[in-house]
Design a protein around this ligand. Sequence first.
Ligand code: SF4
Length: 113
Amino acid sequence: MELAINPSKIISTLCYSIFRLEPYTSCSFSCSYCYARWYRKESLGINPKVIGIFSKVAKKIDMRIAFRLATLSDPLQDLEEIAKVSLKLMRIAEENAVPIILNTKSDRISKSP
Ligand code: SF4
């Protein structure tokens, strides 16, 4: 996965989004049906660019277009407990009134950060 923020090359009619945020390089949930495994790295880590780039973009973007968090991994997977990259992205979004579409199967969505 090379890019942290990028227009989606393929826009699915089922999950329409133009911009995406990818906090992690892979996904520890490893669902057997996951299509994203063909598009991401096998090794799990933090995408080092995403916070800095999104911080700059969020301040400048005029249109209030939603960013999808995330498309190739679960943003609230186990690594989020330590790394908090998704939380930082959500805080940047909130500070700049940028809408976020968060996709997760994690119960961390119901817990306080
Ligand atoms: S949680 Fe989502 S991104 Fe992660 S392996 Fe499952 S389907 Fe793929």
